[in-house]
Design a protein around this ligand. Structure first.
Ligand code: DAH
Length: 341
């Protein structure tokens, strides 16, 4: 029996040392030390021994078990260290290589211009408000004193959602005037930038979607002088001090009186050039004193309160500022174009 154990010792230790991976080791453990393993097989023969021989043999068997276990453990450690080393070798990182830098984007040029406008108005105590692009005809037209027959209500001009012409894509930011008057406490000082939609074919100066900025002030004793002074200030902030303006009479159904504001062409000083298309003046916005009917329709007494409003196109402003000659460039989002700003 002693001999059997000696042979088992030699065979098992050799096999353990030769084991190629952790799975092999486990198989060897079962083979030699498991319940049906070889050591157990030998021990079963203990019965044949005399009572005097047994303790010594038992001790020998225990020692053998311990030695095989120790050999397995040692080999396991060796194997896992080798595995780790191999893994580390495979995953070598050269920390001195330059990293891959993600390219950082930036704000769209048109939104830079919008930020500038917002800053100017916030500095004068205005609030920035936002509203729905899907609008009721009531708000886009009727409450703005634009009556049923007005050409801008035509299906050829406006995107409608419902056959009864009740729900549409807003064609202007002016309905924000109504929302503000219906929901905000007086006095009101707001600007409302946002997208507007019209059935226009795309070309260098037209797009079915573009942006406007609406502005409105309602308070006691507000006059046309406030409108002119405020807008002159805004123009000077955008186009520089000393920019010459002209308030030209116009008609809008929701303002009375109405006007358009032009600036004298900064390129030619009013003589006429390609920038101003030979006019000497560049149209900037539409404005006027909020119509008493519009005020009254929103529950504001036109005998107590008055106000002025304006609406301007954001794209045109950005195109002027950045010398962009084609409106399509603003919306195409071609990186080669946008990267310039
Ligand atoms: N909503 C007008 C348009 O789209 C622009 C406008 C004109 C807005 C006069 C106003 C205003 O608030 O007072 O052409």
């Amino acid at each position: 029996m002693k001999e059997l154990m000696q042979r088992l010792r030699e065979a098992s230790i050799q096999a353990v040392l030769a084991a190629g991976d952790v799975d092999d080791l486990e198989q060897l453990r079962v083979k030699y030390l498991g319940k049906k393993g070889e050591l157990t097989g030998i021990l079963r023969q203990m019965g044949k021994l005399s009572a005097e021989e047994r303790p010594a043999m038992g001790q020998l068997a225990n020692q053998l078990r311990g030695d095989i276990e120790a050999a397995i453990e040692a080999r396991r450690e060796e194997l896992s260290r080798a595995l780790l080393e191999k893994k580390l070798e495979l995953e070598t990182v050269d920390v001195t290589l330059p990293g891959e830098t993600g390219r950082l984007g930036h704000k769209h040029p048109m939104y830079n211009v919008l930020d500038q406008i917002k800053d100017i108005f916030i500095g004068m105590g205005f609030e920035i408000v936002d509203g729905p692009e899907v609008e009721l005809a009531d708000y886009n037209f009727t409450k703005l004193n634009i009556d049923e027959g007005h050409p801008s209500r035509e299906w050829t001009d406006t995107f409608y959602f419902t056959p009864d012409s009740r729900v549409l894509l807003r064609t202007q930011t002016s309905p924000m005037q109504i929302h503000a008057m219906e929901t905000r406490p007086l006095p009101i000082r707001i600007i409302a930038p946002g997208r507007v939609y019209r059935k226009d074919e795309v070309d260098a100066t037209h797009s079915p979607m573009f942006h406007q900025i609406e502005g409105m002030v309602i308070d006691k004793g507000v006059t046309m002088a406030d409108l002119k002074a405020t807008l002159n200030l805004v123009v000077e902030k955008i186009y520089g001090k000393g920019t010459v303006t002209r308030f030209r009479p116009h008609h809008f159904p929701f303002t009375e009186p109405s006007c358009e504001l032009d600036i004298q062409c900064h390129k030619c000083g009013g003589k006429g050039c390609p920038t101003c298309k030979g006019e000497g003046w560049i149209e900037v916005l539409g404005a006027g004193m909020v119509h008493p009917k519009v005020l009254a329709g929103c529950g504001i007494d036109p005998d107590v309160y008055s106000g002025w409003a304006f609406g301007m196109g954001l794209e045109r402003l950005a195109m002027g500022e950045y010398k962009i000659t084609d409106l399509r460039l603003i919306f195409e989002n071609d990186e080669r174009f946008l990267r310039q700003f």
